[in-house]
Write a protein that binds this ligand. Sequence first.
Ligand code: FES
Ligand code: FE2
Length: 359
Amino acid sequence: MHSIFEASPTPVLSSAASTAEQPRGQWLASGGEDPSQFNWQEAWHPIAYVQDLEPSQLSTFTLLEQDLVIWWDRPAQTWRVFVDQCPHRLAPLSEGRITPDGLLECPYHGWTFSGSGQCCRIPQQVDGHPVEQSRRACVQSLPTAVAQGMLFVYPGQSERAASTPVPLVEPLEEAPDEWIVLDGVRDLPFDVLTLLENVLDPSHLPFAHHRSVGDRSIAGPMDLDVTHSDRQGFQGIWETAVGPKKGQFGTQLTTFIAPNLMWHDLTTQEKNRTLTVAYCTPIRKGECRLFARFPFQFASPLPAILMNHTPSWAFHLLQNSILRMIKFSCTFRNAILCGGKTVDRLLKLSTCPPELTVL
Ligand code: FES
Ligand SMILES: [Fe+2]
């Protein structure tokens, strides 16, 4: 059994990734070779829940300042992620369309691309000049993987992708049918590091989330016994006597897998188990996307029945009420750390409905 910091449980890789697959056991560390820094390009990042993607439509995302187009490659039956830029005159491919034969067509002059990024047709091309076979006519197709209901993309060196572990939630992988999972996604106007610091910091719960998931009266020292820590992340257990909720709900584990995944794992004395999972995906400096997942296991069947019959909009209302609690803290903190340059913009964003701006 691999450690969770190197294991990559059975994601479905696109052919662009699997062509470079190495024998299991030769895992490459996320973050690249240089031990003195962590290269965010050399890691898998989730960019969407698969259930939110529409196979007949083109979708977009910006990852680490790179605009991307997401599309369903019908011939290969896999999701593709291309750099959203045509190699001809740089038009955004996301404004194009999927052709009847399942290729991606540029909206400007109609160059057409297969899932590997190969140019297949240039409508203006005269016979005898197969320019579409030139490497310069190709578009960059990034390695993709689908796992645990999410689409991941690898923005770094593609030959490293298949050997780099996809960050997955190990407890979900161990017993996928035993969880009821509530999912949320939100784009946030602060840096991914600010978000990571927030979700890894349970000490704010009693105050920022008083009367929802927190209680001021039980605030106190919190002691994390770190059981593992290295460049790829850390894992620890909160001492029950002084941890979140002062241990009254049982023990809690926290796991961080660099650079973008963390989860808290809480098992109550009644044997109900709850994970609080956060994937934090960098869009660009000062902006990120949060994927919040809440997997539950219940000792009795009744809560599961109720949750299965609760409409998703009810969950969104609950989520918003939690997020609203500390409306400005992350936004203002991020503005200060950014040297004030983005304050005006952040302030504008923070006047949006509070659920758009709060953690
Ligand atoms: S810019 Fe895409 S075909 Fe010309
Ligand atoms: Fe919070």
